[in-house]
Ligand binder design. Structure first.
Ligand SMILES: [Zn+2]
Length: 394
């Protein structure tokens, strides 16, 4: 098939797609990520690792960032004091390090003291809520590389990194306006997606390159909510059972890949009195009645359930999980002696979408990223947003 024909066919496939995706899609493909979003930063140090930066302070160039230069930024009231190699350049409201396209810069927080990290592309600094706000203006796929390492860990394999990269890209595009009211796209914490700068594992760069532009859409060609969790315990969950709303792609699947992995099982002991008191006070379960008490002390889940049913009370397992800070809702309860009960649990996390440990196991067993995504998400397709952008330009 020639290229022109391929393009025409792709246009026909994606006609319905356009209206649903345009609200998410950002042609420029640069994101503004707030760095160290959880910290109150009052001083830091920068030096170029590669490439060349122009340093702009309140709109004026204050020089080039030579490779050997060290810049220091210190909070001074409503402005930031900038110095280069201990030479004071002045106090400014807005400082920007603008790169030439493929540059990297080392960021070392001094107060609070944190290990240095390497970031790609541009950085800007301003004072917000009495501390220095750091924004990384970063190319989408550079950001996706950082997220892939932060979320998947290092020393994994190519197919698993590809899965994590596609999910990170899909998430980024669906949540691009999450912090828009605060003046940036996403923060670098798990609130959005964990992002700690340029990845160290070279396999990640290959995964990003080989999945360039790919995102996951549902049967109506809308970007999916790219939920994932650590371990399903052998069965993933339905979205309506966790979030209350049904989706066509977050469907419960039997997941044998997860069961021998590190987070497949957990246990928690609890005093019987504490457990019964909790049910009585928090959920009005009549635990003074023999029937209800017996059900509360002997609860089994072979398949995932939504409620603990005692007498006529139905207690949502997700509430028990969050109240008692349990690893999952997929647990059984039994009496181990007259004073204590044992929670025997399976899995770690909400159970929706991809199970990371199961996906890792699949990738090591020879499954590719497309097979892994189709195992954990139902009725989905992978599409390429770059092609959409190309059509849009035409
Ligand atoms: Zn956030």
């Amino acid at each position: 098939m020639n290229n022109k024909l391929k393009i025409i066919i792709s246009i026909l496939i994606s006609v319905g797609l356009f209206t649903s995706l345009t609200s998410f899609y950002v042609p420029a493909e640069n994101l503004q990520i707030r760095l160290f979003a959880h910290l109150k930063v009052s001083s830091l140090q920068l030096n170029t690792v590669s490439g060349k930066y122009m340093v702009l302070a309140d709109g004026n160039s204050v020089g080039q960032n030579a490779l050997e230069s060290v810049f220091k930024l210190t909070l001074k009231g409503d402005s930031i004091q900038l110095s280069q190699d201990d030479k004071l350049l002045g106090n400014f409201i807005y400082i920007k390090f603008v790169g030439n396209g493929n540059e990297e810069i080392k960021v070392k927080l001094i107060n609070p003291d944190r290990k240095a990290r390497i970031y790609e592309n541009n950085l800007s600094f301003s004072v917000s809520e009495e501390y220095i706000r750091i924004i990384n203006d970063v190319v989408l796929d550079n950001y996706i590389g950082g997220v892939t390492e932060a979320e998947a860990g290092s020393r994994s394999n190519l197919e698993f990194y590809k899965v994590q990269a596609i999910l990170a890209r899909t998430f980024a595009l669906t949540h691009i306006n999450k912090h828009v009211a605060e003046g940036f796209s996403l923060c670098d914490q798990v609130h959005c997606q964990a992002y700690y700068g340029k990845p160290k594992d070279l396999t990640i760069f290959k995964a990003i390159e080989e999945t360039k532009g790919k995102v996951v859409v549902d049967e109506n060609l809308n970007l999916i909510v790219a939920a994932f969790h650590s371990n399903s315990g052998g069965q993933t969950a339905n979205s309506e059972d966790v979030w209350g709303s049904r989706t066509s792609y977050l469907r419960s699947v039997s997941d044998s890949f997860s069961i021998k992995m590190p987070n497949a099982k957990w246990e928690r002991r609890m005093l019987t009195d504490d457990w019964l008191t909790y049910l009585k006070l928090k959920h009005n379960v009549p635990t003074e009645l023999a029937g209800a008490k017996s059900e509360a002390l002997n609860f089994k889940q072979d398949q995932r359930k939504i409620f603990l049913e005692c007498n006529n009370s139905r207690v949502p397992l997700k509430n028990i999980r969050s109240d008692l800070q349990l690893k999952s809702t997929f647990f059984s309860i039994s009496e181990i002696n007259k004073d204590s009960v044992l929670f025997k649990g399976r899995g770690y996390g909400h159970g929706l979408g991809m199970c990371q440990e199961g996906a890792m196991r699949m990738s090591k067993s020879g499954y590719n990223y497309i097979q892994i995504l189709n195992f954990y998400y139902k009725n989905i397709q992978l599409i390429d947003l770059h092609k959409l952008s190309f059509f849009k330009d035409e």
